[in-house]
Design a protein around this ligand. Structure first.
Ligand code: SF4
Length: 299
C-alpha cells in the first residue's frame, strides 16, 4: 500500500520526513503483519496515529490505560474516536497485581523509592504491554532521539529480544519542531496538557509541567535523579538492525549488536528490551533475529 500525503502545508524537509515515515509504516504493515502501534497519546504518537489512519494501514493501534492517567489523556482518547472513528484498543493492568501492590506498599508508593516506582510501572505498564505485544511480529513507537539523553542512540529499527519481535521508531530523526509543524499543519488532535507546559505526559501523579530550558522529560518522575527516569517500556537492551529505512530485512545483512547505550541511558528506560548478557555473549557476530529468539528460549 502506498501512502499519499498532502504536503502543501509542510516545509520541504518535513514533507520528506513525513513521506519516509509513511513509507516505512506501509512497509511494516506489509512485511511484519501483524504489526501494532503502541500509542502513548503523546504529540509524536498523534503524528503516527494520523499517518496510519489517513491511509488505513493494517496496523492495530492500542494504548495502555494504567489507571492513573490524567483526565486530559482520557479526553484525547475521546477526541481520537470523534476525529477518526477509531475504537482505540485499551489494555489495563491486572487487578490482582494492582491489589497486591497497593496492599503491600500503598497507593502512592512510587514516591518512596526508585524500586517501588519501577515496580508500579511494571504492574501498570510493562505487564500490559507484554500482553499487547503477544503474537505480534512488530511494534511501533513514537520515540525520538532528541527527547532525552537516554534516547540519543535510538535506532530506526531494532529486534526487541525481550518480547521477541521487531521494534520500529519511525520518528527517530524528527525534531520537536517537526512534530508540532505536522500537528498544527494537519489539525490532528493532541493532549491539552501540551499547551500547559507538559511536553512529555505519563501518569498524572508522576508528571509535572517543565520550566523553560528544562529537558523535555524533566517533568517525568521529577523527584528522581535524571539517570533513573524511564518507566520500563523502553529500558531493556535491543539489537539494532542496520540503519535502512526499509522494514524488510535480509537475513544476510542483519548484524546483531547491542545499542551501545550508556549506563545512565539504560537506567532511564522501563525494562522491556533487555537481553541477558549470558545470551548476548553466546551469539555469533552475524546472529539474526531467529537465532536470537532461539537463544533466548533455551536460556
Ligand atoms: S508512571 Fe507513576 S503511576 Fe504510572 S505506572 Fe509508573 S510509577 Fe505507577
Amino acid at each position: 500500500m502506498s501512502a499519499h500525503f498532502d504536503s502543501d502545508k509542510l516545509s520541504s524537509p518535513l514533507a520528506g520526513k513525513v513521506a519516509a515515515a509513511a513509507r516505512l509504516l506501509a512497509d511494516i504493515a506489509d512485511a511484519h503483519a501483524p504489526a501494532v502501534f503502541a500509542n502513548s497519546l503523546g504529540a509524536e504518537d498523534m503524528v503516527l496515529t494520523d499517518l496510519i489512519l489517513r491511509v488505513g494501514l493494517a496496523i492495530e493501534i492500542f494504548s495502555l490505560d494504567t489507571g492513573r492517567l490524567p483526565q486530559e489523556t482520557h479526553a484525547l482518547m475521546q477526541d481520537i474516536r470523534r476525529h477518526y472513528g477509531l475504537r482505540l484498543k485499551l489494555f489495563y493492568p491486572r487487578h490482582d497485581l494492582i491489589e497486591e501492590y497497593t496492599a503491600n506498599h500503598g497507593i502512592n508508593a512510587f514516591f518512596d523509592s526508585v524500586e517501588l516506582r519501577r515496580a508500579c510501572c511494571q504492574v501498570r505498564k510493562v505487564e500490559p504491554l507484554r500482553r499487547a505485544l503477544a503474537g505480534k511480529q512488530a511494534w511501533i513507537t513514537g520515540m525520538r532521539a532528541q527527547q532525552a539523553p537516554s534516547r540519543e542512540a535510538l535506532p530506526l529499527r531494532q529486534f526487541d529480544a525481550t518480547n521477541g519481535l521487531m521494534k520500529f521508531n519511525p520518528l527517530v530523526e524528527w525534531s520537536e519542531q517537526d512534530v508540532w509543524a505536522y500537528l498544527r499543519g494537519t489539525g490532528v488532535p493532541y493532549n491539552a496538557l501540551h499547551d500547559r507546559g507538559y511536553p512529555s505526559i505519563g501518569c498524572a501523579p508522576c508528571t509535572r509541567a517543565i520550566a523553560a530550558g528544562e529537558d523535555l522529560r524533566a517533568g517525568r518522575w521529577w523527584w528522581e535523579s535524571a539517570d533513573t527516569k524511564e518507566c520500563g517500556l523502553h529500558r531493556s537492551p535491543l539489537v539494532t538492525l542496520g540503519t535502512s529505512t526499509q522494514a524488510n530485512i535480509d537475513e544476510g545483512d542483519v548484524k546483531a549488536r547491542s545499542t551501545g547505550r550508556s549506563q545512565s541511558a539504560d537506567t532511564k528506560e522501563c525494562g522491556l528490551h533487555r537481553i541477558p548478557v549470558s545470551v548476548r555473549t553466546t551469539l555469533p557476530e552475524n546472529a539474526d533475529e531467529s537465532m536470537l529468539a532461539a537463544a533466548l528460549r533455551s536460556a
